[in-house]
Design a protein around this ligand. Structure first.
Ligand code: SF4
Length: 692
């Protein structure tokens, strides 16, 4: 134990783990961070915190941090430390050589939801203005890209409809494919408070998550569906609403369009609870009761997570939930809505900032001449009107030889992306992989240049949480790398011949505000004065917008979209008779690069495989046994945890440790609209490991 004494200064900043976006006072003594104290006036957390934000900050000063740039000619060589100028000139020269040889589209970049809005914005600007293409994507590709697509199609913008406070006015709470207790703990506390006050709870999840039954809380309905059948469930609920006369006729007539065609589709027998029971395993009567409760129980709010989006029908399901909310009038006021629980601290922001290959900031398509003109005038560079490559397209193009160089900002794609063997082969095929990160992560094993990044404690900028709240991130300590992270893409762009310089990240935000209507009223000064604001923040809403679509949808009328259920091709078989689904645990975070370097690792030192007692007995597996987990793409080892939270035929694991690597077995299947991987359904077999 190191006694750091009493703190003598504080800095107000924002947690860099999950999408709740809790505010903290970082208390320091000199340059030592003594503790993180949850801020009582934090808009998202109101004085609450969890074990990650409160205690797991030690990774920022962990000896594994790499703080000097490094280069090597081949991934078999040793790293050589170099100064920043050498590293940046090397990157710029190699990127230009690759473009000269293989074409302008031969390189691209990936932005990170771990980074600030300002850091993300400059990476996508570097790609569009200096690289001269739209080959920029974000790690949201592998989590909430279906949210972006589905909510834009139906409501007109790619964001949740409510603020977190809104849950206090909900009478019925529907949690689909989310486990807030582990993944969004501070929001889960708000939700539980409302549930203890008497709100009803419907949970749709293959696993009996903590919310289903915990002290003082019991879900009225647990729709324990077969993985991959979400769309059938939401269609069945909508079928009941339409066929039992539970539609909010005046809301639909005044606020929505294309209802009749949708109602004709949803009323078909194939969407009836009886038909859907055979697909999902959820009793028809439960589906009927849940639908009636949702439609007639007062304010009904949907909260969902990656158990919705990470499916081959992720985008369809998002639209299915939007249909259900519109049909029952559960949009546009407190206590209702359709709300994605974003995984990472700045998933919302990284998407808002124009990180998608088809969209500029504020979700405006690159094919829109008027929008392109705004950016072209400011940036003095032409923007290609066709979308660039998505992350999976980059991997495929690397393997066919047309994509040769990649800049990766703070994402460990070699651990986090599905079918990891395919990702590794693609990275090996590239001529130049540039990784900017805190640690030599799994992706850095394939890198030719390593550029050290900064932790959230060194950053100055903003994060945008799951409720569209833009929070300030303030530097608690000086940069350990001798450079601000936002400066690095700017300097690469300049070395490639495109002038891109700012004196301070507030100037980057000013530029974002000048080209992004939903951010038009945002500035560091305003954030410092108000604490935080929720976008849209502009002339019409100078102090931000807690609830969206109040009088009209962003797209004008809310649009009903038919959402036919299409079964995933990933099915159990004789060889792979079980279905694997994945998720997180409270103490750890995503690939674990940060939390594994804190004391939190003691609470979850390894990923385990949860399986039902029946499935375990059938295979002669006891609790704690070392087991193999295999799918058609790969095989790994885990320790077994026998748990009646699982239904028969479904197994579950987390993905926090690279040595067990759940993504060794996940497949190439992805959402039809966005290519978001189908992490939540993999046909697998489990067996006792044989040690020789
Ligand atoms: Fe950080 Fe999320 Fe925990 Fe809040 S709930 S302290 S944002 S990890």
């Amino acid at each position: 134990v190191v006694d750091l004494g009493m703190p003598n200064r504080t800095v107000l900043t924002t947690c860099a783990y999950c999408g709740v976006g809790c505010s903290f006072k970082a208390e320091l003594r000199g340059d030592e961070l003594v503790r993180m104290v949850p801020y009582k006036d934090g808009g998202a957390n109101e004085g609450h915190s969890c074990v990650k934000g409160r205690f797991a900050f030690g990774y920022a000063t962990h000896p594994d941090r790499v703080t000097t740039p490094m280069v090597r000619d081949s991934i078999d060589d040793e790293w050589r430390e170099v100064d920043w100028d050498t590293a940046i000139n090397h990157v710029a020269t190699r990127f230009r050589e690759l473009q000269d040889t293989y074409g302008q589209g031969a390189i691209g970049g990936i932005t990170s939801s771990r980074c600030t809005n300002e850091e993300v914005y400059v990476v996508q600007k570097m790609v569009r203005a200096a690289f001269g293409n739209n080959n920029v994507d974000t790690c949201a590709r592998v989590c909430h890209s279906p949210t972006g697509y589905g909510l834009k199609q139906t409501f007109g913008t790619s964001a949740g409809t409510q603020d977190f406070r809104s849950v206090a006015a909900a009478d019925v709470i529907v949690v689909i494919g989310a486990n807030p207790t582990d993944a969004h703990p501070v929001f889960a506390s708000r939700m539980k408070r409302r549930l203890r006050e008497g709100a009803k709870l419907i949970v749709a999840d293959p696993r009996r998550i903590d919310l289903v039954r915990s002290p003082y809380i019991e879900a009225s309905h647990h729709l324990q569906l077969t993985p991959g059948t979400n769309v059938a469930v939401v269609n069945a609920m909508a079928h009941v609403v339409v066929t039992e006369g539970l539609v909010d006729e005046s809301f639909v007539a005044d606020r929505c369009e294309e209802f009749d065609a949708w109602a004709e589709f949803i009323a078909r027998e194939e969407n009836s609870p009886e038909a859907v029971e055979a697909i999902t395993g959820v009793p028809a009567e439960q589906l009927r009761e849940a639908a009636r409760l949702y439609a007639t129980g007062g304010n009904a709010a949907i909260y969902y997570g990656l158990g919705v989006t990470e499916h081959s029908q992720g985008s369809t399901m998002v639209m299915g939930m939007a249909n259900l909310a519109m049909a029952t009038g559960n949009i546009g006021r407190e206590g209702v809505g359709v709300n994605p629980l974003r995984g990472q601290n700045n998933v919302q922001g990284s998407c808002d900032m124009g990180s998608f290959p088809h969209e500029l900031s504020g979700y405006r398509h690159v094919s829109d001449d008027a929008v392109r003109e705004v950016f072209e005038t400011l940036w003095q560079r032409p923007i290609i009107p066709e979308p660039g490559l998505r992350i999976p397209n980059m991997f495929d193009s690397a393997l066919d030889g047309s994509f040769r160089g990649l800049f990766v900002q703070g994402e460990d794609i070699a651990q986090s992306d599905p079918n990891i063997q395919h990702v590794h082969a693609a990275l090996e095929a590239m001529d130049l992989v540039v990784v900017q990160d805190l640690f030599l992560n799994e992706t850095a094993k394939f890198a030719h240049v390593f550029l050290p990044g900064t932790s959230f404690l060194e950053k100055d900028g903003t994060f945008t949480n799951a409720e569209r709240r833009i929070n300030r991130v303030r530097p608690v300590m000086s940069s350990k790398t001798g450079k601000h992270e936002w400066e690095v893409p700017c300097e690469i762009a300049e070395a490639m011949g495109y002038e891109m310089s700012y004196d301070h990240p507030s100037e980057i935000m000013d530029e974002i505000a000048s080209v992004t209507p939903t951010f038009a009223g945002v500035s560091f000064d305003k954030l410092d004065k108000l604490g935080s604001v929720q976008w849209p923040c502009n002339e019409a809403a100078p102090e931000g917008t807690p609830t969206m679509h109040v009088d009209a949808f962003v797209r004008g009328k809310g649009k009903f979209v038919a959402t036919p259920f299409v079964a995933t091709t990933e099915r159990s078989s004789r060889k792979f008779p079980l279905l694997l689904t994945t998720g997180r645990i409270l103490s750890q975070y995503n690939v674990g690069a940060q939390t594994r370097r804190t004391a939190n690792v003691a609470w979850h030192p390894e990923d385990v495989l949860e399986l039902h007692p029946h499935d375990a007995e059938e295979r002669g597996i006891s609790d704690g046994d070392d087991v193999t987990l295999s799918s058609r793409v790969g095989r790994t080892h885990l320790r077994a945890m026998i748990s009646d939270r699982m239904p028969v035929g479904v197994v579950y694991t987390t993905f926090h440790h690279p040595d067990t690597g759940a993504n060794v077995v996940t497949t190439e299947n992805s959402d039809w609209a966005t290519n978001c991987p189908e992490y939540k359904v993999t046909a697998v077999q489990v067996g006792l490991a044989r040690h020789t």
